[in-house]
Design a protein around this ligand. Structure first.
Ligand code: PBG
Length: 325
């Protein structure tokens, strides 16, 4: 065979043909939308580096959650930026803390919307690192995973439908699973940020979540962008420890990682299209250099095609609307 009898263009010649032979389809059901909660009332504070994204007080986060649910997005991922920051990350383990309040309020207003709670110490520590820090400035793994487990328990108790540890400490999935099971939350799933890279694409998020490290960087716990075998190791360890879903993050620059992980595991694979990926598209679109809608759909289709079952994206409600229109 071959040309001239082989002509792949035959099934591309009209929209109807292209729709029929399409191999990858996005659906609102696969999206999760991040929300950033801050103290106060009636606060909608625009995040400058992320056009269209706001830091929200709990009352506003509830309204946003209702709008997201109405758009057909099944889940939100909650981040809290409390004002109280200390060495122990007290705001994150406090049952009356900002994150706990937000979880309870959103679940009360939209019971059908899933609330995934990001579990980390960076938003609640004075040094902004994802674990505890020794006097020498070293990130101290084993005490950190005990605190992370307490944070996860606090959020499960507040009503979270899933806890999502994003800290990258070793053994934290096991520590969280053990404590949740012991305290009556055996049914709460763990979404593990298993292959999370030390990425330059988190910059805009750190403004939104007020979680930039006060010294150093995160390379002693987040992964080297050059590694993929190590990602598989991280993912398999987290599944052994009890992760129900695993995540690759960022998404766009790591499509090969997503594919290899998808082929290696049986649990759902989540990819996080992070703040920098969002802001790049927004910035280029604002200058008229790129067609925003087409670029958004292309990046998300690529992430899904690479093997992500679920996608966390700041475009989620917009995409759900486009997909329904
Ligand atoms: C906190 C956390 C980060 C992101 C999600 N959880 C930032 C970081 O690790 O520095 C990034 C999300 C984004 O950029 O959209 N550990």
């Amino acid at each position: 065979m071959g040309f001239p009898s082989e002509r792949p263009r035959r099934t591309r010649q009209s929209d109807a043909w292209r729709r029929m032979v399409r191999e990858t389809r996005l659906a609102p059901d696969m999206f999760i939308y991040p929300l950033f909660v801050v103290p106060g009332r009636a606060v909608r504070h625009a995040v400058e580096s992320m056009p269209g994204i706001c830091q929200l007080s709990v009352d506003e986060a509830v309204k946003e959650a209702q709008a997201v649910a109405a758009a057909g997005v099944p889940a939100v991922l909650l981040f809290a930026a409390p004002t109280q920051k200390d060495a122990k990350a007290s705001a994150a383990t406090d049952p009356k803390g900002l994150a706990a309040q937000a979880i309870t309020a959103i679940k009360a207003a939209c019971p059908e919307l899933l609330v995934w709670a990001d579990v980390c110490l960076c938003g609640a520590t004075d040094h902004g690192h994802c674990g505890h820090v020794t006097p020498e400035g070293v990130i101290d793994n084993d005490p950190s995973i005990q605190t992370l487990a307490e944070v996860a328990l606090n959020y499960a108790h507040a009503g979270a439908d899933a806890v999502a540890p994003s800290d990258m400490m070793d053994g934290r999935v096991q520590a969280i699973r053990t404590l949740l099971d012991a305290k009556g939350y055996a049914a709460t799933p763990i979404v593990s940020y298993a292959a999370k890279y030390a990425s330059s694409f988190y910059g805009p998020f750190r403004e939104a979540a007020e979680s930039a490290p006060a010294f150093g960087d995160r390379r002693s716990y987040q992964m080297d962008p050059a590694n993929v075998r190590e990602a598989l190791r991280e993912v398999l360890l987290d599944i052994e420890e009890g992760a129900d879903l695993i995540m690759v993050k960022p998404a766009g620059p790591y499509l090969d990682v997503i594919r290899q992980v998808r082929d290696a595991v049986r649990v759902p694979v989540v990819a996080y299209q992070v703040s920098g990926e969002f802001s790049l598209i927004k910035a280029a679109a604002a200058r008229g250099w790129i067609d925003e809608r087409a670029a958004v759909m292309e990046t998300l289709t690529g992430i899904h095609r690479a093997g992500a079952d679920l996608i966390i994206s700041y475009f989620a409600p917009q995409v759900a609307q486009w997909l329904r229109a």
